[in-house]
Design a protein around this ligand. Structure first.
Ligand SMILES: Cc1cc2nc3c(=O)[nH]c(=O)nc-3n(C[C@H](O)[C@H](O)[C@H](O)COP(=O)(O)O)c2cc1C
Length: 195
């Protein structure tokens, strides 16, 4: 409960690279998550230093392509400013973990209803793994940010990583350089119902 209550999304990081052993403990927490039919559909790729710089160059190229492409409708571009802000945070964080769904491909490809159900279940499983990772990191004194703005640069990131697997999300990790207050939550009566 302490880790659940004290975890925050961290958007400012110290430069110090956490020990590989600590990163391993965070990954291990993810791997212990429940998963639909125990498929364990996740793969974690850890980027630091040079490889992280290269990954983020690919993300920058993707976001810039979106911004410059006049054929992409304006409504598809809302959120790009936020994505560029997330990119800056990713540049500051010393560790980036890309989380792949090894049972799915690009979310921009068509999908049958049966495959969609499998994909939803695998996404839920990956969400459980990521939350385990965030809580473990918090208990180790590490800060994290769960990131989905990677979708804005999907083709560039997938090509750079060189995978047909689905890039589900990313987690930024490092020693926090801020201690933000808790963000607001909806009231229990607005989100929970007893029948
Ligand atoms: C699936 C998911 C994707 C997210 N993507 C981003 C992101 O791309 N950039 C960002 O700054 N925050 C991102 N967040 C963090 C949320 O904004 C944050 O969790 C929320 O505002 C609540 O704040 P808290 O985590 O400090 O409680 C994401 C969170 C989740 C769960």
């Amino acid at each position: 409960m302490d880790a659940i209550k004290e975890r925050r999304s961290i958007r400012k990081y110290r430069a110090e690279l956490p020990d590989r052993k600590l990163i391993g403990e965070v990954l291990q927490a993810g791997m212990l998550a429940p998963s639909a039919k125990n498929r364990q559909p996740w793969k974690f790729i850890v980027f630091t230093e040079k490889s992280k710089e290269q990954l983020l160059r690919a993300m920058d190229a993707g976001l810039t392509r979106m911004l410059d492409d006049s054929t992409i409708p304006q409504e598809a571009k809302t959120g790009l400013t936020d994505a560029f802000h997330t990119l800056k945070i990713m540049q500051e964080a010393p560790v980036l973990i890309m989380i792949l769904n090894t049972n799915s491909g690009s979310p921009f490809d068509g999908i049958s209803p049966a495959d969609r159900i499998t994909e939803i279940c695998d996404s839920l499983s990956i969400g459980a793994a990521v939350q385990n990772m965030l809580l473990k990191a918090a208990s180790l004194g590490l800060g994290t940010l769960w990131i989905a703005n990677t979708f804005y640069a999907y083709p560039e990131l997938a090509a750079f990583i060189g995978t047909p697997s689905q890039l589900t999300c990313a987690v930024a990790l490092g020693y926090p350089d801020e201690a933000p207050p808790p963000r607001p939550r909806k009231k229990p009566e607005d989100v929970a119902e007893y029948r």
